[in-house]
Design a protein around this ligand. Sequence first.
Ligand code: PNS
Length: 183
Amino acid sequence: MKHTVAIYPGSFDPLTNGHLDLIDRGSKIFDELVVAILRNPEKAALFSLEERVTMLEQQTGRWKNVRVDSFEGLLVDYALRQKAQAVLRGIRAISDYEYELQMALMNRKLEPRLETVFMMPAEAYSYLSSRLVKEIARLGGSVHGLVPESVEERLRRRVNGVAPADGRGHSLRASKEKARRSG
Ligand code: PNS
């Protein structure tokens, strides 16, 4: 019997309820879903890779066919190593489409055996993004209902200047202070 494995890749900086909605949908149609966090040393993340893995693991324990991992390099290479047949991506609005189409077609060019499957999150999350969540938190707004409560608490601590234990994510206050000092 065919065993379908899909990779749900992303930055997850931080995990939102929109991501969880997509994980729920993906877990229902694939036998195995690997949530794969991109390890990208070039992109300054608010949360370290370890923190993002922890956040995802804490929230995905309820799905027995979902596991959390991280990867670097090409997504298609990672997907083949995982013996995946598909990449799962969420499309919220038409504005996502262009970038997602480009990425899906490029991935197909690199590895024709891998399919990209798009799913739409619930309408309630169609305007939600990690970028906006970070901005709202930084400006003192409420992100209640947009992210899991534990992520909300982590965001609160991070924007109030609590640096990650491993120093790899960055504190918003520290980076603002650095920007201020460098004029
Ligand atoms: O959550 P994001 O930041 O939109 O996720 C983007 C991600 C991780 C899916 C994309 O940047 C990616 O796949 N990076 C891995 C490197 C790669 O394969 N690049 C070629 C893409 S066509």
